[in-house]
Design a protein around this ligand. Structure first.
Ligand code: MN
Length: 221
């Protein structure tokens, strides 16, 4: 009931996490992260309410709000900065998704090329033709599709075969594991980055939030 109220009363907000291009050393995009400002509980993290919203279907209207708001915010940004929006498997199964994306782009005037949709491999687990078709349609519009949290879960390389992703995002645990001495984590990070570049996909390392970590990642890829 609170979730329903939240949507009507505008209690959701977006926070933006920068994506940095290491070659140019410049911000090239922002990932929209959803937060819920609950009137009595304070800020609620998505891990606490998104699973519930997926269960009761509210993720569809909430996700549509996120898309609209993120596109509006991105349209205000200078130049070619991209906006990344996370999509849930439930949203992808919804027949209205393409329409929702098209209308968010139209309402904001944001070029499709500046919108990046992030999906996790759980979306591809079911291997449904309808889901793949939706992803293809979105990509034909010019929207970019990224594979999020790669390297955890099932991490089947088959997912990379099944759909021509524009980007893979290496899960934050690989960066968190990097230390001065251990060889294993560095080898894994290098291999994943190499895989992305061989496939012509952009690679993003998640969880790089200090300059020390930037240096560690740079030194290893
Ligand atoms: Mn993401």
């Amino acid at each position: 009931m609170d979730l329903r109220t939240a949507l009507v009363e505008g209690q959701f907000e977006l926070r933006y996490q920068p994506l940095v291009n290491l070659e140019r050393n410049a911000i090239c995009g922002l990932e929209a992260l959803l937060r819920w400002r609950h009137p009595t509980r304070g800020t609620v993290a998505p891990a606490e309410f998104v699973p519930l919203a997926e269960e009761n279907g509210l993720i569809v209207p909430i996700g549509a709000w996120v898309l609209r708001q993120a596109c509006l915010d991105a349209a205000e940004l200078p130049g070619s900065i991209k906006i990344a929006v996370n999509l849930s498997a439930v949203q992808l199964r919804n027949r209205q998704l393409v329409e929702t994306v098209v209308s968010a782009l139209a309402a904001s005037g944001l070029p499709a090329q500046r919108l990046e949709l992030e999906i996790t491999e759980s979306v591809l687990l079911e291997n449904s033709e309808a889901t793949l078709q939706t992803l293809r349609t979105l990509r034909e519009l010019g929207v970019r599709i990224a594979l999020d949290d790669f390297g955890t879960g099932y991490s089947s390389l088959g997912y990379l075969r099944r759909f021509p992703f524009d980007k893979i995002k290496i899960d934050r645990c690989f960066v968190a594991d990097l230390s001065a001495s251990a060889q294993g984590p560095a080898a894994l990070l290098r291999a994943l980055a190499g895989l992305g570049s061989s496939l012509g996909m952009i690679t993003t390392a998640e969880g790089v939030e200090t300059s020390e970590r930037v240096q560690r990642v740079r030194a290893r890829v």
